[in-house]
Design a protein around this ligand. Structure first.
Ligand SMILES: C[S@@+](CC[C@H](N)C(=O)[O-])C[C@H]1O[C@@H](n2cnc3c(N)ncnc32)[C@H](O)[C@@H]1O
Length: 254
């Protein structure tokens, strides 16, 4: 339905994730994987989830074909359930056109709480939603909570107040309006980050003189070991090969 090319929001997100020093990305509602595969090609380790096993099967075939299968983990998962990851497991979360599916406001709130739980301090969440300025807002059957079913497809159109509410306790970095498709669909791309707070032990330098400059980047592995263990509910089909992170880390700081 969405083709093989990465979405514009994914291309943007890869840039901001890289600039923040992120290394691993959790993608929710990954579908057949156009964006997950792009993140993997861009050098990120990707954990891709979706409630559709069919889409994820296609994603895995794509990863094999592109030789990025060692960098992509998939899990069939409904985001109305707790995320299948431990606390503080990932640097960044991406969700394109997921929160505006038929999730109630309460389900969206619970999901964002879960995203907060699995992100490391300073972690970044980029998501997109159709909003109440969309031409289809109010069309079709109303299901409450700004959810309207039109042409057999239910969409939660986000009011700005909901974006702000979901950013409560986060730093809301950007709400970017854009259009997509023929209708056109009117969307927001939202970027929010977790406050850094106290540094976690893995990021605490032991000596400023031995810390490379790139370790100003929150997620640089040169400062301390990074999360490497796969989450219990996620499994990799093969071990990832060693490769350099896309950010400018020194040799040896993979
Ligand atoms: C509009 S598609 C977008 C797919 C992908 N992000 C992309 O842009 O190519 C929405 C995706 O969310 C998934 N989805 C819908 N409800 C979900 C839920 N409750 N939990 C997990 N995934 C869900 C669908 O299976 C579908 O793949």
């Amino acid at each position: 339905m969405y083709g093989e090319e990465p979405s514009g929001p994914a291309v943007h997100a890869a840039g901001v994730f890289r600039a923040a020093g992120a290394r691993d990305v959790l993608e929710l509602g990954a579908g057949h994987g156009r964006d997950a595969l792009y993140f993997a090609r861009e050098g990120f380790t990707v954990e891709a989830t979706d409630s559709s096993a069919i889409g994820l099967e296609q994603l895995r075939r794509g990863a094999l074909a592109q030789d990025t299968d060692g960098w992509v983990t998939t899990a069939v998962h409904d985001v109305r359930e707790a995320l299948p990851l431990p606390d503080g497991a990932v640097d960044a979360v991406f969700a394109h056109l997921l929160l505006c599916m038929a999730l109630s406001t309460e389900e969206s709130r619970a999901l964002v709480d879960e995203i907060r739980r699995v992100l490391r301090p300073g972690g970044m969440f980029v998501y997109t939603v159709r909003h109440t300025g969309d031409a289809h807002y109010g069309a079709g059957t109303a299901h409450g909570d700004d959810i309207f079913q039109h042409g057999g497809f239910a969409v939660h159109f986000f009011p700005r107040a909901l974006v702000d509410a979901l950013a409560d306790g986060w730093n809301l970095e950007e709400v970017h309006a854009f259009e997509e498709g023929d209708l056109p669909r009117r969307l927001w791309r939202i970027t929010q980050t977790l406050p850094r707070g106290a540094p976690s032990p893995r990021h605490r330098p032991t000596s400023s003189s031995t810390t490379p400059a790139c370790c100003a980047s929150l997620f640089c592995s040169a400062a301390a070991p990074l999360f490497t263990a796969p989450a219990p509910a996620l499994s990799r089909t093969s071990s990832p090969p060693t490769r350099r992170h896309p950010s400018t880390c020194p040799p040896g700081a993979t």
